[in-house]
Design a binder for this molecule. Structure first.
Ligand code: NAP
Length: 359
């Protein structure tokens, strides 16, 4: 059933930057719903997972370090939480996660991320922040599309950042092959890509009753800052932990907008939007670091990024399959089988163009 597209007026919810995840989900019953939270073993993701689990959802923490994920499960201490391995920088890991998923998925929170890493590349040669924050979540979401459609009203929540205001997607050099690597430009690109994914997925998946919304969580002290110390130059002032002009949210406040979008009836049917502090954000005004940038919600940019991302991931899977055929070690065979599983798991109800996009 089509989901009506609407824009909610400013301040539609009674919540603001000080609201916590527990406050925005109070009274919501998620029993019978299944949720995946990427990066759910730490920071905002852990708090998001806790809130969804407390409301009764069966929650899977999708984590790259399974031991850490199991510790997080123990810390949450609820029987409706489990951990599963997912490395967003590794396409075979994503394929394996998708292949093991059975049945409907009601809530997917694309939360995991890295920020301002040193220059690192995946096995495909993709720049690590773009690969983890955008391409990994893109492949995961497409791989889980059928499970989301089965839920008849699924929500995808995409954790972007105010950092998207620092720069566009660099379509002519996504992987910094022709320009010097800039860790902040790479982060901005990946977070703009998160919003563009939201815009395009919302449009394509509306007939499947899947809503997709992005958000910035605010500024929260988490492990995200771990790479700042290794930067050759000081981070921008807005990221300096001892800057007295910066105020931080608690983790409980930082997770609130994710939880609102994942579970609150107040945003039922809203799709393709960018939220901040528990309400839809306005368009950015010139030189003010608030709101959403025009280039991040531009329909042409969104369609272009979707196609570029599909092409990159399809090429990676084709390469993995041919490598497995040429040299069928157990590991390669598993990776190829997993990639094939993603290929089989994709849009089923859409037009031929969308069928072609199956991974
Ligand atoms: N904190 C802020 O002020 C802030 C502001 C704006 C936006 N955000 C966004 O909020 C999200 C959550 O960040 P956070 O602040 O909660 O930081 P965090 O505690 O470092 O959480 C990030 C999570 O992502 C996981 N992750 C990183 N690379 C991964 C990969 N390849 N595969 C799977 N998981 C991976 C990390 O796992 P490991 O522990 O294994 O590394 C970690 O659990 C990010 O998308 C970030 O960009 C945060």
């Amino acid at each position: 059933m089509p989901v009506p597209l609407r824009t909610i007026p400013p301040d539609t919810t009674p919540f603001d930057a000080t609201s916590t995840a527990a406050e925005v989900i109070a009274g919501v019953d998620l029993r019978g719903k299944r949720a995946v939270v990427t990066g759910g073993a730490s920071g905002i993701g852990l708090e998001t997972a806790c809130a969804l689990a407390r409301a009764g959802a069966d929650v899977t923490l999708a984590v790259r370090n399974l031991a850490q994920g199991r510790r997080a499960v123990d810390d949450i201490g609820r029987p409706n939480v489990r951990a599963a391995r997912l490395d967003l920088a590794d396409q075979s890991s994503i394929a394996a996660f998708v292949a093991q998923w059975q049945g409907p998925l009601h809530i997917l929170v694309n939360n995991a991320g890295v920020m301002a890493t040193p220059e690192l590349r995946t096995a495909e040669g993709w720049e690590m922040q773009f690969a983890t924050n955008h391409l990994g979540h893109f492949a995961l979401s497409l791989g889980l599309h059928d499970a989301l459609a089965q839920a008849h009203g699924a929500r995808v929540v995409v954790v972007s950042s105010v950092g998207h205001l620092n720069g566009e997607v660099l379509f002519d050099d996504l992987n910094f092959e022709h320009h010097p690597y800039d860790p902040w430009a790479a982060y901005s690109q990946s977070k703009t890509a998160n919003v563009l994914f939201t815009v395009e997925a919302a449009k394509r998946w509306a007939p499947d009753a899947i809503t997709v919304n992005a958000l910035t969580p605010g500024r929260i002290r988490t492990g995200l800052m771990r790479h700042l110390a290794s930067q050759p130059t000081a981070p921008p002032a807005r990221f300096q932990a001892d800057n007295p002009d910066i105020s931080y949210k608690s983790v409980e406040q930082g997770a609130a907008t994710s939880v609102l979008l994942a579970a609150s009836p107040m945003v039922e049917g809203v799709t393709g939007r960018y939220f901040a502090d528990n309400n839809e954000a306005e368009a950015q005004q010139p030189s003010i670091r608030l709101g959403v940038a025009d280039y991040a919600v531009d329909a042409e940019n969104a369609a272009r990024l979707w196609q570029v991302s599909l092409d990159l991931i399809a090429a990676a899977h084709a390469h993995a399959s041919s490598a497995a055929t040429a040299d069928a070690t157990d590991t390669d065979t598993a990776a190829a089988a997993a990639a094939a599983a993603i290929t089989a798991t994709s849009t089923s109800t859409q037009d031929p163009q969308q069928k072609e996009e199956s991974l």
